[in-house]
Design a protein. Sequence first.
Length: 476
Amino acid sequence: MRLKLVNTTAFRLSLVYALLFSIISAVAVMVIYVNSSNEIRKQTDYQLRVETEALLQLYSSGKITALTQEMNQLNTDGRERFFLYALLKRSQRDLAKEIAPNKDWKAQDHAYATVPLQTVITAPKTKTEDFDQPARILLTLLPDGYQILVGTDLFEREKLFKRILNVIVILIVILFTVALIGGALMGYSVLRRINNVRQTAGGIIDGDLSQRMQVTQKNDEFDRLSTTLNTMLSRIEQLMQSMHQVTDNLAHDLRNPLNRLRNRLEVSLIENLDKEGYQQVQQEAIQDIDDIIRTFNSLLSIAQAESGKNAHDWSLIDLKPFLDELTELYSIVAEESNISFTSSIHGTCNILGDHQLLAQAFTNLLDNAVKFTPKGGAITLSMHFIADKVVIEITDSGIGIPVDKREKVFERFTRLDSARSTPGNGLGLSLVKAVVERHHGTVELVDNRPGLRVVVTFDVVKPEKPVKVKALPKPD
């Protein structure tokens, strides 16, 4: 089922941002509008005050007749559209009480007011609508009972403000519409990318693990997410292939001991064996079962190392006593096989890890060295430092491993032709690699000429307190 455009997060966010932007724009514009209106009103009041002061100078000179003539002339010189003038006695019409009835008027007092134009001018009956426009006036009270009124109509200013307000509203509507359209386009683009992810995920659910998320050249968050998901899918595919390979190899390797076990039990039922014969069959059956148990134990150890669980149980391990104990154990084993065993362990250092897993890994390496070194050969265990890393090497003078097989031998159930005649299940080096990498180390197989040199490298950790080293498990 395809997602609806209006249900996409991008469209919803665009709608929210469009609303917020429109509201913020409206508030900002209204603030500008009000401030501009107040500023223009201040300018108007200033003009009224300048005109009034000019008239008051004439009045102060005592030339009331000249003031009257000047005001009549101003009202008829063509500027009546913008300014109007009046000189009235309070006994004729008390404009002060009409404009500010609650004010206690005294001589030289003045007041600004915005009133309908027809309040101060008698409108003709045929043009009453034109005189409904507001006017801004300045009324000044004179000492001898006169009132000077200077005013201007606000028709053009109000008309300009209305036009500006209309333009602002239209712009906000346009911006909101553009934001909606942009949100729809963004939502469609996001929806298309998500549909590609859904289709790929559907194919993976159907079992096709080779499918990958589409990565464009935009290098945006979707591309980075797709790259991460593709890396994860590649890892999952690799693990699934490894699991299938392990399952196949496990079935193949378990078939032989299980068949031998069944055949022996079947023979014991058919043949009339004596007590020693039954004991022999039981002993061989136990050996076959032990081989199977060792195989499963190795698989469990590899799984434990690869899973990364129980990392909170790690502790600091002092490598010197750890390797000294290995030397003590395997020097005896090597001596029984007529093999020279030497160690070169100088200095000491600590690594953080799982003692049991590390012991399994190094006993596997030393078991292999003893197993594939002929009588009269030599095995060496050494430790040295390179910068802040510790390097542990195990060398032997055995048959070695061909260069083209040195990576393959780390795969599970891999056994070379030269090792077919020796006991084992092909999991030893897989366990070594899993344990070393779990401890953030590296393992490398190098030609020793003759034989093989295994180089294991770990990061050195400075201990905060002494660490008690656990005893190594006894070799089988």
